[in-house]
Design a protein around this ligand. Sequence first.
Ligand code: ZN
Ligand code: ZN
Ligand code: ZN
Length: 920
Amino acid sequence: MDYKDTINLPKTDFPMKANLSEKEPEILKRWEGLYEKLRAQRKGKQLFVLHDGPPYANGNIHIGHALNKILKDIICKVALIEGFDVDYKPGWDCHGLPIEQQVEKELKAKKINKESIPKDEFRRLCREYASKFVSIQKEEFLRLGVLGDWENPYLTMDPKYEAQEVREIGRCLQNGVLYKGNKPVYWCIYDKTAEAEAEVEYKEKKDISIYVRFELLKQSENVLRQKLDLPDKPISIVIWTTTPWTLPANLGVMASEDIEYVVVEEDNYLLLLEKQSQYVKNKEFIASLKGKELTGLEYQHPFIERTGKIYPSEFVEAGTGTGFVHMAPGHGMEDYIVGLRYGLEPFSPVDESGRFTEEAPEFIRGLNVFEANTVIIEHLKQTGFLLKEEEILHSYPHCWRCKNPVIYRATPQWFIGVDIKSQKLHNKSIREKAIEETYNVKWVPKTGQNRMLSMLQNRPDWCISRQRFWGVPITIFYCKRCGEPLLESHIFEYVAKIFEHSPYGADEWFKKDEKELLPPDTVCKKCGSKDFVKETDILDVWFDSGSSHASVLRPRGIEKADVYLEGSDQHRGWFQASLLESIASYGEAPFKSVVTHGFTVDEKGHKMSKSQGNVISPLEIIKEYGADILRLWVISEDYTEDIKLGKSILKRLAEDYKKIRNTLRYCLGNLYDFKYEFSIAPDKLHHFDRYMYAYASKVFEELFSFYKNYQYHRFYHRLMEFVSIDLSALYFDVLKDRLYMYKNGSFERLSAQTVLYFLLKNLTILLSPVLSFTAEETYSYMKSIENHLPESIFMNEYKASDFTDEELLKDYQKLLLLRKDVLKAIEVERKNDIIKHPYEARVVIKLNEEFYKLLEKYKDYLHSFFTVSQVEIAENDGEEGEYTKLRIKVEKAKGEKCPRCWLYVETMINGVCPRCSQNI
Ligand SMILES: [Zn+2]
Ligand SMILES: [Zn+2]
Ligand SMILES: [Zn+2]
């Protein structure tokens, strides 16, 4: 008789080979409209909002985008299986310089000058450019399996969005935190625009540093001579600078009140500088005095008809330079701050392209500041004011777009004043309130809080104006006669309405004139004039994205997002812009928690770059392996640090994926004849199944808590351990004999199947946030097992099983240790050729009383548990020892081999073992 047909082998159409790159697009089609269906299904449940930080609509997506969007998707899907109504509206950052430059380039290729076409026409081209990349990126993000409101994403160039920004400017003005000031800001002379803190990068730069002599005026010299006994030679103070080009803008000199200054004699003059300065090393001091005695002394500028004074400053330190810092309040932040105290104006004789203006001395007029450096040094040398020059390498700010060094330049700009106390903030400043709010936010990882705090403590006012074309205009009108700006909120609302109701949105600012943009009969409150002129500056793009909470969340009644998630560089960028804008406008943070991720590096830990040739495109990975492998990669390492990616890592991930897939397939294959209704109550299960039910319940809880705590790599490691050790090597292995040999509908089979379905369903739900495609695929096979399952895996919630059996768990803990030793002993005898297959083995175990009692309890099942034919247990015959020293003997099984199940038995019935005889 051929017993093959009487054996219950697994049956399933669920393919062993995933073929993800072909299957995933089919599943994506099934997901069309899923987001909307989910919102409908969860209506009324607690809302969970992940607010998307908008990527820039420029270029195809890279691996960093993939990491970012997949992490967001995992967070949202975890919230889904937790039962929330999940809101995720993807967005794009559409304005800004990179797009403007691309459009300029395209125009140049057609020999068209940007300035020769109307501003609104140029903006139309920028809009088209951004739209093109929004569609491209949207398709690519969808391909990753990211679920969200892709039908209605938010774009910072949407008329509605732009209108809300106009209202935000109005709110900031009314809250008293927005002001126009003439102060130094980072300025790129190549891009001809102001730049934000977040837009500069510090890089090493080679410069010439110089020591320059500033001669004291006669009356100041006399003041010193009254205090000190000095030779009769002219006295000079010595300044040190690395930016000689700022000397034409010199208006004063800062000194520290607390450090000690000395006088040294050199050639025909006396030099005054700080005692620890390198310059006076090994020189003889002929006098010394405290810095505070220098305040108010006056000097003559070395090449301009101008005198300046010495001012006390907290920014001067001993050890670097000379203890005298030359002040150009128009070209340095500290210079500006101290200058403001003493009434010095932010003087800047440099135009937008970095050239010296008419206000500069003739010998440098028209030169670019960096060219002027050497000319000024040469001039100082010839006139005898240069004491020393040396090359230095220092960290210097560079433009993050064109990579050129930036300068500080004072121009009239709009600022959000971070230290202005506002009534809206109960008389606190934005800085104070923002610092306070960091304590109310959950930071993942925790270090995020300190990063944010240290940035908030040191940041200057936020310059929000830009002198460019492609952005949201700063919609402020000035009185033509007296210059007073119009601040009333209804004016902002009026403009916002115009933008909102026009398909051109903010382009209207440039299309229409002042009369068309203002409510009729607007009058200047100060002078009564009816003529106004509009601001031409546009908003910093960080204001665009920073106010996204106001455009995307608040109008829909959402005051705070549950999560903001971006790369860790965004403490400086989007997180901070959002926090400051939200506080300026609404007095509170826009997020409850902030999660940050690191960056992708290659397998050796090096940064990915085109020049290194180690860039991996997410789209290529998807083509070769499928999006689920990419998604698995995201959780395979701690994302709060930098994550490695490369060919061998992908191979390893594909192996792990296979293990997971085989687990699901094993369950499905052995459930072909099972229906959910056949399930046996947990406490009535076979003890081995009951053990797995109780054990797996605990594992699932553990996995779920890793999810909730954003510890995805811990989820991954626990999952792989469960799949390969607890399931594949133990449960599934032991179960094979029972599943294959018992009849359909027998208790032995049903008991095992009950647990297999329990494992399958929970695993599929728990895998769905990460292996979304595979989970949905598996789920479609579950529908024939359980009726009335909702349409998609994502419509299911993870429900904790509270079933447990502590005594059984403890027993099995010991049995499992024993099993390890038994398997080892079998392996030894297999190598010795005593047996060829574990089924040929009879295991004799002698053990102490405690273990003997335990094994007695499970006597009938032990041979299955050890996957052998026979087990004999006996009490230890007097020899002492722990169970590890127990004596395990493996010998050839007694009797003959059952032709159906291959187990050895001593008695046969009708040519098979007694068990098989009942299951044919
Ligand atoms: Zn630049
Ligand atoms: Zn006026
Ligand atoms: Zn048999």
